[in-house]
Each structure stands twice: as structure tokens, then as C-alpha cells.
Write a protein that binds this ligand. Sequence first.
Ligand code: BJW
Ligand code: ZN
Length: 247
Amino acid sequence: MASTLSRVAERLHDCRRVVALTGAGISAESGVPTFRGAGGLWKNHDAARLATPEAFAMDPLLVWEWYAWRRDVIASCQPHKGHLVLAGWERRFPEFGLVTQNVDGLHQRAGSRNVRTLHGDIWTVRCTRCSCSGFAGPGELGELPPRCTCGALLRPGVVWFGESLPQDVLEESCRLFREAEAALVIGTSGLVHPAAGLPELARKSGAMVVEINLEPTPLTRMAHEFLQGPAGDLLPALDMLLKEKDA
Ligand code: BJW
Ligand code: ZN
């Protein structure tokens, strides 16, 4: 592991264009449950099944109770050292792009300024009928399920299965991966598309692809380097090696 880390640091140190894709695993050490695996159950409901328009149509109150619970959990969590390292890399690399599938806002709270949120933001809501949308911070939902001033149901401002990702964010993310010299894939199961296809864009254009995860994923085979372990330890370790090389 030490030799893989120093090999990655060696290559990363001289890169100008670096991009990172993060998933639920980076927030796990802050206490935010993941979608799959041990964290992916809420009151016996499978998280990935609740994140669908079908679940919301069938039982909006149930889906809202899940989101309200997650909002409470996230509000009580803090970004960790791994989030802080990524925020700092906006200053280290001349061009650093951060693309996240997470809706929790922890990257932003850690100080990342330009986060591309592929799957939306759990702190926003939008109307299911009119074009109303907006911010709804902790404690601001009111009685569940929340309603718009027009009377219709509000829904979380996130992207569910079968729904389109925000086109501008996706296009910008594709560009970042195509143009990067190094791409890091951190704490994602690599199962959900189109996000899971981004690392391949970087690989095809010749970038070094580095994966950080507790366990191998479908993306591991295409990554040049696999750093196995918690992102909250490995990102600071990598950052430390980069700093040693500055001297
Ligand atoms: C650690 C760690 C630590 C733990 N350190 N690591 C191509 C092929 C097949 C299917 C499709 C395809 N293109 C589109 C689809 C359909 C679908 C899809 O991908 N389905 C597959 C699952 C089969 N995609 C869509 O529907 C997307 N829309 C779309 O493509 O529109 C056009 C279209 C529509 C219809 C048909 C075709 C095209 C939309 C996807 C939206 C995903 N939404 C969610 C919910 C967001 C809102 C919310 O948060 O509530 O996004 S689902 C959920 O999964 C969430 C996550 O962002 C996403 C990814 O999960 P993630 O982040 O990878 O988490 P986990 O839990 O899966 O993994 C955690 C990982 O961390 C694990 O690997 C751990 O080991 C690791 N880990 N602790 C490092 N400390
Ligand atoms: Zn409305």
C-alpha cells in the first residue's frame, strides 16, 4: 500500500488538471449512511428502492419521512479530513474539478467552492406541479409531506432512478473527465450510471485513474491504481506525500 500511495503521489504531483468523482463512501466516515451494503436499509426499506419516482408516487409520506430522517442525520454530521483535503486541492492543482453523486453538502461545508452535484441537493425542494423550487434548510420542512403554495406536493430536489441528471452539470463533468490528466474515483460502488461511466472517459483520453474504496468495485479493473481503505485516511496520507514532494 505504501508503495502504491507513493507511486500515485509521484504522478499526481506534477499534474495540472485533476478531477475527482465521489460517492456515498466518502461521507460514510462522517456518519452519513451509504446506499448499498450495511448502511442501505432504513426501517427495513431498501434505500435504492426509495430513491425512485415510483416510490414517491405510491407513498410520498414514506419517502419524505426517509428524506427528513436523512436530513437530520446529515445536519448532525461534520465533514472529515478527506473532504478537507479535496477542498484544499482547489488551491494545489491549477485546474481541479470535484464531481459528486452525494446530495449531503459535506464537500461544500468542507470549503469546496465549485462542486458539480450530479444527483442534486437534499437541502432543496421543488414543486411536483408548478415551477417553484428553493432551499429548505434544517427544520424548514414543516409538516410532512411538505406542500407548495400552489397546493401540490413538494419533492426533494434530487435525481431519482429513471430521471435525467442536470444536463449542464453532466456535460461539464464529462468535459472535466475527458480533459483530466488524473482522475480519482472515491467511495462509490460504480453501479449507477451515467456517473459510473465518467472514469472511463478519463481513461480513454490517457489519464491516470486512481480508485479509493474499502473494497473492489466494477471500476477497479479499469483503474490504474487501487488504494484499498477508508477515504478519510488515504486522502490525508496522499496529501501528506504531495506536500513532502513540494519541498
Ligand atoms: C468507502 C468507505 C470509506 C464505504 N472509504 N470507500 C447504463 C447501464 C445500466 C443502467 C443505466 C445506464 N444508464 C442509466 C441507467 C439507469 C440508472 C442506473 O444506473 N441503474 C443501475 C443501478 C442499473 N440510472 C439512472 O436512472 C440515472 N438517470 C439516467 O440515466 O437518466 C437517463 C435514463 C433514464 C432511464 C433509462 C436510461 C437512461 C439516475 C440515477 C440517479 C441516482 N440517484 C440516487 C439517489 C439520489 C438522491 C438521494 O440521495 O436520495 O443517487 S441512487 C444512489 O446511488 C444515489 C447515489 O448518488 C448513487 C450512487 O451510489 P454510491 O455513491 O456509489 O453509494 P453506494 O452506497 O452504492 O456505494 C458506497 C461505496 O463506498 C461502496 O463501494 C463502499 O465500499 C464504499 N465505501 N465506506 C472509501 N470509508
Ligand atoms: Zn407549486
